[in-house]
Ligand binder design. Structure first.
Ligand SMILES: Cc1cc2nc3c(=O)[nH]c(=O)nc-3n(C[C@H](O)[C@H](O)[C@H](O)COP(=O)(O)OP(=O)(O)OC[C@H]3O[C@@H](n4cnc5c(N)ncnc54)[C@H](O)[C@@H]3O)c2cc1C
Ligand code: FES
Length: 506
C-alpha cells in the first residue's frame, strides 16, 4: 500500500537520472514529507518548493528563464539559486535544497537557507525613509528595504485604518465570502514591530515641505525624511448624481469599504452595480456568489471593451449573464433613491444596495501642492524619482517612461504598484536601477482568470489564437506590426513567454 503521508514522485534523496528532466523542465518528487521540485536549466539542476508563495500557484506549470522560475498564475519570479521572490506579487521566498550531481545522477541533500542576492551597491544609507501610503507600493517598498538589509528608520504613514491588505482580494474571494480573514493582511501585525517599521495607521499626510525635507500630518506634527516615497494610490470617482451619498451607496477601495458592502449585502435581495469596470464586474460576481440579484449599468456597448477589445468584451458579458447578472448597457444612472436607481433610458431598478465602480482618480494632491512635476499623475524618471530631490513615487500615482511602449504611462494595477515599490526602495538606497518591468495584471470573473501582459491603449488589430468562448485563448494587441500586449485565458505559459519576450526586446 502506498504511504499516504509521502508527496507524489520519487524520493529525491536517492537520486534521479539527469536525463529524466528536460532542459527548462521540471520533476516533482519529495524529500521526506516535503514536496520538492527539481528544475533544470541547461546542465544545472535546482531543487525548490513546488508552490508559489503568493497564492500557491504550481511552479511546475511555469516557465524557466535566466536562472529564475516564473509562476503561471500571476507571474511572480523566483531566483532558482536562492529561492528569493525577485518580482512581486510573491514577496516571500520558496524553500531551496542543495543539489549534488554525479555523472548522470542528481541527488537532493539538505535544505538551504534562502538569502537574497545582492542587487548592486548602495551609495550611502539614508537615516530616515518615510513612505506615504500603506498599500501595494508602500508595503512592497518597506519589505524590500528590510530584505535588502537597510537598518535605519522606516516610517510608513497610511490614512487606512488597517495595516496593508491584499487589495485584489477585496473584490474577489473575500467579498464573495470564500476567503478567511487571515488571507487579507499582506503580513500579520507583528511583522511591522519585528522589522522595526513604524507603521502609523489613520494618519493623513497633509503637506510635503520639500525645502525642509519633512511631511506634515493633519494634526500639524511633522515627520522629517532623507528619502520620501509617495505611494498614495487612487480613490474611487464619486458619481455627481442625486442620491449618490445615500448610506446604501458604496464604493470599494479599502478593507473598511469591503466590510461595509458585506454588511449591506447581508439580508439584501437586489444589488445595482454602476460601472462595468474591473471592480464593478468583480463586485457583481461576488454579490452573485452571495445570492443577490445583480444589475450592472454602464454607458459602454460592451464591458471592458476599451481594455480587451470587442471579442473579449462580448465573452465577459456572456460569462456574467450565464451567472445571472443583468446588464443595462449604453445607459447611465440619473439618480438614486433609498430603494431604486433611475436609468437615463427611463427605467427604474430596485436596489437594496448600490456599488459604484466608475473608475479611480490618482491621489496626487500632496504632490501637486508640493510643486512636483505632474502629468495626469506624478511624473517620475526611469528610476522612479520625481522632479524633486530625494522624493520618489510609485504605484497608481506614478507616470513613468515605459521602455516597452516608448511612452510615459500610468497604470492602476497591483503587480505594477508592488514592483515599482520594490524598485523605488532600491533606488532610495542609491542603487540606480531603471524600472523596466513589463506591466502585468490579472482579473478574475467567477472561475475564469484573465491575464494581461504589456500595455496597449490603442491597437491596429487583435490576433486571436484559440477559442475565447471555450476559455482557451491568447489575444495579441498589435500596433504598427508590434505586439504591445497579450491577454489570455488558461494559456499561462504563453502569457509568461510573451512577458519574457517583451522583457528581452526592451
Ligand atoms: C477592490 C480592488 C480590487 C483590485 N483588484 C485588482 C486585480 O485583481 N489586479 C490588479 O492588477 N489590480 C487590482 N486592483 C488595483 C490595485 O489594488 C491597485 O493598482 C494598487 O493597490 C495600487 O497600489 P498603490 O500602492 O499605488 O495604492 P494603494 O494600494 O491604494 O495604497 C495607497 C495608500 O495610500 C494611503 N494614502 C493616500 N493618501 C494618503 C495621505 N495623504 N496620507 C497618508 N496615507 C495616504 C492610502 O490610505 C493607502 O494606504 C484592485 C483594486 C481594488 C480597490
Ligand atoms: S500564485 Fe504565483 S504569482 Fe500568484
Amino acid at each position: 500500500m502506498a504511504d499516504e503521508k509521502k508527496p507524489a514522485g520519487p524520493d529525491l534523496t536517492k537520486g534521479v537520472p539527469l536525463s529524466s528532466i528536460t532542459d527548462g523542465g521540471f520533476l516533482l518528487g519529495h524529500v521526506g514529507d516535503e514536496a520538492v521540485l527539481l528544475v533544470r536549466q541547461g546542465a544545472e539542476v535546482f531543487a525548490i518548493g513546488p508552490e508559489c508563495t503568493h497564492y500557491h500557484g504550481p511552479l511546475a506549470e511555469g516557465v524557466v528563464a535566466g536562472g529564475t522560475v516564473r509562476c503561471p498564475w500571476h507571474h511572480a519570479c523566483f531566483d532558482l539559486r536562492t529561492g528569493e521572490a525577485l518580482h512581486a506579487p510573491a514577496l516571500s521566498p520558496v524553500a531551496c535544497w542543495k543539489v549534488e550531481r554525479q555523472d548522470d545522477t542528481v541527488t537532493v541533500r539538505e535544505k538551504a537557507q534562502p538569502k537574497p542576492r545582492p542587487r548592486g551597491k548602495t551609495s550611502g544609507s539614508p537615516n530616515r525613509i518615510v513612505i506615504v501610503g500603506g498599500g501595494a507600493a508602500g508595503f512592497a517598498a518597506a519589505e524590500m528595504l528590510r530584505r535588502h538589509g537597510y537598518q535605519n528608520a522606516i516610517t510608513m504613514l497610511s490614512s487606512d485604518d488597517a495595516s496593508p491588505v491584499d487589495r485584489p482580494n477585496l473584490s474577489k474571494d473575500y467579498l464573495s465570502g470564500n476567503a478567511p480573514e487571515d488571507w487579507v493582511p499582506l503580513r500579520p501585525d507583528d511583522f511591522y514591530k519585528e522589522n522595526n517599521i513604524d507603521l502609523r495607521l489613520n494618519t493623513d499626510v497633509g503637506k510635503i515641505d520639500v525645502k525642509g525635507s519633512a511631511v506634515t500630518l493633519k494634526d500639524a506634527s511633522s515627520v522629517p525624511y532623507d528619502r520620501l516615497l509617495l505611494a498614495t494610490g487612487a480613490e474611487p470617482v464619486r458619481l455627481p448624481i442625486p442620491g449618490a451619498d445615500l448610506p446604501h451607496v458604496h464604493t470599494l477601495r479599502s478593507l473598511a469599504d469591503c466590510r461595509a458592502i458585506i454588511k449591506a449585502a447581508d439580508g439584501a435581495k437586489r444589488a445595482v452595480v454602476i460601472g462595468a469596470s474591473f471592480i464593478g464586474l468583480e463586485v457583481a460576481a461576488s454579490l452573485r456568489a452571495r445570492k443577490l440579484e445583480v444589475h450592472v449599468i454602464a454607458p459602454e456597448k460592451r464591458p471592458l471593451e476599451r481594455v480587451f477589445g470587442p471579442q473579449m468584451g462580448d465573452f465577459i458579458r456572456k460569462l456574467h449573464e450565464e451567472h445571472g447578472v443583468a446588464f443595462h448597457l449604453e445607459d447611465i444612472s440619473e439618480g438614486i433613491t433609498a430603494k431604486q436607481v433611475k436609468l437615463k433610458s427611463g427605467g427604474l431598478l430596485d436596489a437594496d444596495v448600490v456599488v459604484v465602480g466608475v473608475g479611480v482618480r490618482p491621489r496626487i494632491v500632496l504632490a501637486e501642492q508640493a510643486g512636483l512635476a505632474i502629468d495626469r499623475g506624478v511624473t517620475v524618471d526611469a528610476q522612479l524619482q520625481t522632479s524633486a530631490p530625494n522624493i520618489f513615487a510609485a504605484g497608481d500615482i506614478a507616470r513613468w517612461p515605459d521602455p516597452h511602449t516608448g511612452e510615459n504611462i500610468r497604470v492602476e494595477h497591483w503587480v505594477v504598484a508592488e514592483r515599482q515599490g520594490q524598485a523605488a526602495a532600491l533606488n532610495m538606497l542609491g542603487i540606480g536601477q531603471r524600472y523596466t518591468a513589463v506591466p502585468f495584471f490579472w482579473s478574475q470573473h467567477y472561475d475564469i482568470p484573465i491575464n494581461y501582459v504589456g500595455h496597449a491603449e490603442k491597437w491596429d488589430d487583435i490576433a486571436i489564437e484559440g477559442d475565447i468562448a471555450n476559455k482557451d485563448c491568447v489575444l495579441r494587441y498589435r500596433r504598427n506590426g508590434k505586439v504591445l500586449a497579450v491577454a489570455s485565458i488558461f494559456r499561462d505559459r504563453q502569457s509568461l513567454e510573451a512577458e519574457i519576450a517583451m522583457e528581452r526586446a526592451a
